[in-house]
Design a protein around this ligand. Structure first.
Ligand code: ZN
Length: 235
């Protein structure tokens, strides 16, 4: 019986380790895609800034054309001004010149804004290109580390599965069934030890008499509160 308890304890250790290892393994794909998504996000931002620069330059060229048109109009009206026959005509030409000059100022202001924005975008592209290259290298390195970790975890899991099979085979079938049943319903922990007069699984106090009985290791006792298999604390 004592040996059976030792096997149960070993089985519990292996199952707990398997659970921890499997949890870590499950997280790896998400961690890899998280890293890749972060690297892709900065690239998208970079591409968007590049598109914005092209658009700004296009707008600037269009503004240049508009500016030239207003300048030509100002020149045209200025010539016509001298050929005005009436005071009304003269005033009308003057008004047109004013309007075109205002338009011209507006276009020039817009061109300054476009130029400043283009410069800011250029700076952003340069910074992000550097950042993106660094992040790419870092991502490759981190993904490689995670892939190595994945292989190590898979190997560790394979070893423990083998050990588990051997250990489980050493536990009497009915007890193994009970173990599996309790483990499934109690968050993966079927075997508890008596620690400071309490069940290590649920922390309920264990009566002194029961502690003595468990200590004899000749009979199977369950925690009355949580149903876990109670064994003597193992080294
Ligand atoms: Zn308990």
């Amino acid at each position: 019986m004592k040996q059976t308890f030792q096997h149960l304890w070993a089985l519990q250790q292996l199952d707990s380790e398997l659970r921890t290892l499997s949890d870590k393994l499950t997280q790896i794909p998400g961690r890899v895609s998280g890293l890749k998504a972060a690297a892709a996000a900065i690239k998208t931002e970079l591409d968007q800034a590049k598109v914005a620069i092209i658009e700004h330059k296009k707008q600037y060229k269009l503004s240049e054309v508009e500016l030239k048109a207003t300048e030509e109009k100002v020149t045209g009206y200025s010539v016509q001004l001298y050929s005005a026959k009436t005071n009304e005509q003269y005033k009308a030409f003057l008004k047109e010149i004013e309007t075109q000059k205002k338009l011209k100022n507006g276009i020039e202001d817009r061109m300054i804004v476009l130029m400043e924005e283009t410069e800011a975008l250029d700076r952003k592209v340069r910074e992000n290109e550097k950042k993106s290259a660094e992040l790419d290298a870092e991502t490759v390195r981190k993904v490689q580390m995670l892939e190595d970790e994945q292989k190590e975890l898979e190997a560790a899991i394979a070893i423990r599965r083998e050990q588990r099979e051997t250990t489980a085979a050493a536990v009497p079938a009915d007890l193994l069934k009970r173990y599996e049943r309790v483990r499934a319903s109690k968050g993966g922990i079927a075997v508890a030890t008596v620690r400071k007069e309490r069940c290590s699984g649920c922390m309920s106090p264990i009566p002194a008499q029961r502690i003595l009985e468990v200590g004899r290791q000749d009979h199977l006792y369950l925690c009355e509160a949580c149903g876990r298999i109670l064994i003597v604390a193992q080294e």
